[in-house]
Design a protein around this ligand. Structure first.
Ligand code: GTP
Ligand code: SPV
Ligand code: MN
Length: 584
């Protein structure tokens, strides 16, 4: 008798009509076969074998370089289940419409069956997914980003416990591009894009959109969060999880070289994008990183900003849409130094400054996690790591101070629910527009976000040790339009203050939005920063926050009566704290 997997693959093949079906084993030889196919297709190039061994550059179609949120749908029978922040389609209508696009989509192509595990092979928190795809680039990327092939088949056995994902490049026309989620069936359909978050279905589609639905039903959490361990002098490591929107600094924070290393503070990487968390026997939330690699933003990554990543990228890395130097090395803006002569830009054209950035602003590297010099010893711990602090953050030129601590869990959930950030090149559309992005999950929550806030509040009641919740902003700008804070490795100074607050120390000053560091509370030795810059970074300006209160109220009103009362309560309390300040 056919297994549930075989039956589903057969059904997918009947619809898409590939010339052949290949079950992937996850071997290094298979990865090389995929690379060979890509090289022959002419859109992928071997990089300098001496300086970048086993590294390749892939160029995507020019219209397929980022996530496409307007083409991403949550398909539930009831529109309200998807909520006001998601695009919605009726499941039957969606299958009818997009089924027609899948019909025969793999004719002349090979269908690869990619069984994969999200999470360490031995972790009870891990889950199995199966992606069928006609893209060798997707297979190669899944090889780096997940535990795929035979290990996943072994874990699955003859069980039907896997999240199926059907993927085809289709004709790569954005007019026929759809990323569909059927949370009730735990099913994913994606067509028309080969780009990371649209096409590597284990990542945002499964590990966040589908998993967030499962997590709410089953009492755990699936979050767009990095996981790091901060080592203090003496060697004790404290784990923190941080949610920043796409291209707002998760990878860089998780993989930083600490500016306070000589004082004994170091950062260890557990994950850079996604956290699955469960309440452990010890009463802490325990987090695992469901991924096996990093799909990181290349621009801005250099020896000065992030030497750990630079070292990790020197072998076995698949680059996408970066520029190519005459020496066949990858290049991007911010790698350090002036652009070398004779470059080919991300589109494959000879580059000159008038052509704009040589690398696409959302060009990326795909690299095995183990290659990072900062990888934590605990990164594959089956039970995950206990989280002592949650950090929300955004990219905001104004308003949000460098760091503040919420008053309690409920207030912290409000801080997450109302956080905002300027849009980035990680998704198509305008860049630099401030939008509300609750918990950095706006594009990734698979259900009504009002219920998602409710789930956060509920978890707070259930965690025996609810941890402190903070908010950070590395991106505040001065009047000259320049960042006030140096960022990157210097961000450890903020992590150190967070650690001290968690331990009941750390000098702070109470403000209406929460506790901000007292100037004496931040360790600033060895850092050149003016007093003005520091004042501005820590300033809570009532006029800014008046606008903020108005704007967040408008945003929250979208959820109507479904919004948890506690969130309204926190809004009213914040408003009142500012009024007291004015009348005091
Ligand atoms: P996704 O992979 O899209 O989820 O993004 P991410 O949150 O992991 O962002 P990442 O760390 O890749 O950073 C995105 C961009 O922000 C890169 O260009 C970085 O160089 C830049 N960046 C990261 N941290 C800092 C910082 O502390 N200060 C400044 N100024 N820029 C930063
Ligand atoms: C993001 O956009 O948040 C990413 C990249 O981490 S992607 O995998 O494309 O979603
Ligand atoms: Mn991300």
């Amino acid at each position: 008798m056919a297994t549930p997997l075989e039956s589903w693959v057969e059904e997918a093949a009947k619809l898409t009509k590939p010339d052949r079906v290949v079950y992937c084993d996850g071997s290094a030889a298979e990865y090389q076969r995929m690379i060979e196919l890509l090289l022959r297709a002419g859109d992928t190039f071997t990089l300098n074998e001496k300086t970048y061994p086993n590294c390749y550059l892939h160029r995507s179609t020019v219209n397929d370089v980022a996530r496409t949120e307007h083409l991403t749908f949550i398909c539930t029978p009831d529109k309200d289940e998807a909520g006001p922040t998601n695009n919605w389609m009726d499941p039957d209508a969606a299958k009818h419409k997009v089924g027609a696009l899948f019909d025969g989509a793999m004719r002349g192509r090979t269908m690869y069956v990619v069984p994969y595990i999200m999470g360490a092979v031995s972790s009870p928190i891990s889950k199995v997914g199966v992606e069928v795809t006609d893209s060798p680039y997707v297979v190669a990327s899944m090889y780096i980003m997940s535990r795929m092939g035979n290990v996943a088949m072994e874990r699955l056995g003859s069980s039907g416990e896997f999240v199926p994902g059907l993927h085809s490049l289709g004709d790569l026309d954005p007019l026929r591009r759809y990323i569909l989620h059927f949370p009730n069936e735990r099913l994913i359909w994606s067509i028309g894009s080969g780009y990371g978050g649209n096409a590597l279905l284990g990542k945002k589609c499964f590990a966040l959109r589908i998993a967030s639905v499962m997590a709410r039903e089953q009492g755990w959490m699936a979050e767009h969060m990095l996981i790091l361990g901060l080592e203090a002098p003496g060697g004790k490591v404290t784990y923190m999880a941080a949610a920043f929107p796409s291209a707002c600094g998760k990878t860089n924070l998780a993989m930083m070289v600490s500016a306070l290393q000589s004082q004994g503070y170091r950062v260890w990487t557990v994950g850079d994008d996604i956290a699955w968390m469960r309440i452990g026997d010890d009463g802490y939330l325990h987090a695992i990183n469901p991924e096996a690699g990093f799909f990181g933003v290349a621009p801005g990554t250099g020896m000065l900003t992030n030497p750990n990543v630079m070292e990790a990228l020197r072998k076995n890395t698949l680059f996408t849409n970066v520029a190519l130097t005459a020496e066949h090395e990858p290049w991007w803006e911010g790698i350090g130094g002036p652009p070398p002569a004779g470059m080919i830009n991300w589109k494959g054209e000879p580059w000159e400054p008038s052509k704009g950035p040589a690398a696409h602003p959302n060009s990326r590297y795909t690299v095995p996690a183990l290659q990072s010099p900062s990888i934590s010893q605990k990164w594959e711990a089956p039970e995950g790591v206990p989280i002592s602090a949650f950090i929300f953050g955004g990219r905001r030129a104004r308003v949000a101070p460098l760091v503040y601590e919420s008053f309690d869990w409920q207030h912290g959930v409000f801080v997450g629910a109302t956080m905002a950030s300027e849009t980035t090149a990680a998704a198509t559309g305008d860049v630099g527009v401030t939008r509300r992005d609750p918990m950095a999950m706006l594009p990734f929550c698979g259900y009504n976000m009002a219920d998602y806030f409710g789930h956060w509040l509920e978890m707070g009641k259930r965690i025996p040790h609810p941890r402190k919740i903070f908010h950070v902003n590395w991106f505040r700008k001065g009047a000259d339009g320049k960042f006030l804070w140096p960022g990157y490795g210097e961000n450890v100074r903020v992590l150190k203050w967070i650690l001290e607050r968690v331990e009941g120390r750390g000098a702070a000053q109470e403000t209406p939005i929460g506790y901000v560091p007292a100037k004496s509370g931040l360790t600033l030795d060895g850092l050149k920063i003016s007093d003005e810059a520091l004042n501005e970074l820590l300033r809570v300006n009532p006029a800014d926050w008046e606008n903020e209160l108005e704007d967040s109220k408008q945003f929250l009103s979208k959820f109507g009566a479904r919004l948890p009362q506690e969130i309204c309560e926190e809004h009213a309390k914040l408003s009142k704290r500012f009024q007291h300040l004015v009348t005091a």
